[in-house]
Ligand binder design. Structure first.
Ligand code: DWN
Length: 406
């Protein structure tokens, strides 16, 4: 049995998705022979509550100089990060000459607002290509992994941080103890850490199994975050549910005893107990629902194909890699996936090798059905694509259940 990355106790996987490619491993046809696969399996540690991948590919295979995800691909997300930045500046970075550090700052979608406010800041981003976009915007960004060695450098060059933020990053980091240890050292005495990631409670409630892929090592809950940070003298002082990315949670932590925890922490932990996040049966039930979701989606696609309906995928998300490979979706079922990220155009989707084509192909020749792989952006996408539905187009959805939106 695998050992927990956080508490080192053994835990039992609750599902395996089989051999999976890298979720963002969009590729050219001639790269197929070298395509990397690994066994995607997930379990939840009964001792510390941390849900996690059993195996993870080497991070250098996933995050590199041509990483395919740019945070600023969604207007809704750009607004969300503006609000996140304003919240941190208002609530926690108002002292004299505050210093804000972001771990995994991507293309500067959050820090640009901190920079605009004239507040000292530093973005730490391991993928050179997205970091270069941030630097072009005038955001102080270094191309590094956040680790203890880097913390020493930041301390000597900038001093301690009043706020350390991260969004959709902490759940990507296998050696969390090293990062949390570095955060502990970097954080000023009255400073706060605020990070958000897809929330385990939402994955369990929505059967959103496509959040499970190589980049997401951990699936946090308030209880598992509290356990982890307590080991490093940091205290969970607030939790703020977020709608983005299919349901996320923002965790706020401080040096133990420096700030009193809000009632929201206890309330969220009570909710997690009611959800059964610490019970093995919860995950056996989730596994059953995931298998049912696969069967329903495959049956729906097959039925539409017998009726000679044209089906395309909408948004070549990392999540779509899990769905297309787990459900065995092939190009003769889903003709292509349209996407707004130029770096993905003309490539094939990981594993399933479905062509990724520019968004304009979708608009210029509406299909009968579109599989909403970007379901976490449904509000934004449905508003943008009102004409598609007006023209008779139909959406295939699979979270929380498989169905068709007429
Ligand atoms: O955790 C992660 C999240 C934050 O972002 C990373 N590991 C990788 C990535 O996950 P994702 O690819 O599932 O993110 P999104 O934001 O759900 O999907 C982004 C993709 O969707 C981009 O390729 C752009 C595309 N997209 C589109 O084609 N039309 C997105 C929107 C909103 C659209 O309208």
């Amino acid at each position: 049995m695998p050992t927990c990355r956080i508490c080192r106790f053994e835990y039992e996987p609750f599902i395996s998705f089989g051999q999976m490619p890298l979720a963002n491993g969009f590729l050219e046809r001639d790269e197929i022979p070298e395509e990397h696969f690994f066994e995607l399996a997930v379990g939840s540690c009964r001792t510390c509550g941390m849900a996690q991948l059993v195996n993870q590919p080497d991070p250098s295979k996933m995050f590199h100089d041509h990483y395919a995800f740019f945070s600023s691909t969604s207007t809704r997300m750009a607004e969300h990060f503006r609000q996140f930045a304003e919240w941190i500046l208002r609530e926690y970075a108002s002292g004299t000459d505050p210093f804000v550090v972001e771990i995994g700052s991507n293309d500067g979608i959050l820090l640009q607002h901190v920079a605009k406010a004239g507040v000292r800041h530093l973005g730490v981003e391991p993928s050179a290509n997205v970091g270069a976009v941030a630097r072009k915007k005038g955001i102080n960004t270094i191309t590094e992994y956040f680790d203890k060695a880097l913390v020493k450098r930041i301390l000597s060059e900038h001093g301690q941080a009043n706020a350390i933020v991260a969004a959709n990053v902490m759940c990507h980091i296998p050696d969390l103890h090293s990062v949390v240890g570095g955060i502990k050292e970097l954080l000023a005495h009255t400073g706060v850490v605020a990070f958000e990631d897809p929330y385990l409670g939402d994955i369990v409630e929505k059967t959103s199994y496509d959040q499970i892929y190589d980049e997401h090592v951990f699936f946090f809950s308030a209880s598992s975050v509290e356990f982890l940070f307590t080991q490093h003298g940091l205290e969970l002082i607030d939790v703020l549910p977020q709608k983005v990315h299919g349901g996320s949670m923002r965790y706020v932590l401080a040096h133990k005893g420096t700030r009193s925890p809000s009632l929201a922490v206890r309330t969220q932990k009570e909710r997690e107990a009611k959800l059964g996040l610490s019970d093995a049966e919860t995950y056996h039930d989730l596994a059953r629902r995931i298998k049912r979701s696969r069967a329903d989606l495959v049956a729906l696609l097959a039925e539409l194909r017998t009726r000679k309906k044209r089906i395309v995928g909408y948004a070549a998300t990392s999540k779509s890699t899990t769905v297309t490979n787990y459900c065995g979706i092939t190009p003769d079922m889903v003709e292509y996936i349209c996407d707004t990220t130029p770096a993905k155009h003309g490539k094939l989707s990981p594993g399933a090798h479905i062509p990724v084509r520019p968004y304009s192909d979708f608009v210029s020749d509406y299909p009968d059905y579109a599989v909403l792989f970007g379901w976490n952006h449904a509000e934004e996408i449905m508003a943008k694509e009102a004409a598609y539905r007006a023209a008779g187009g139909k959406w295939i959805v699979y979270v929380p259940k498989v169905g068709v939106i007429e």
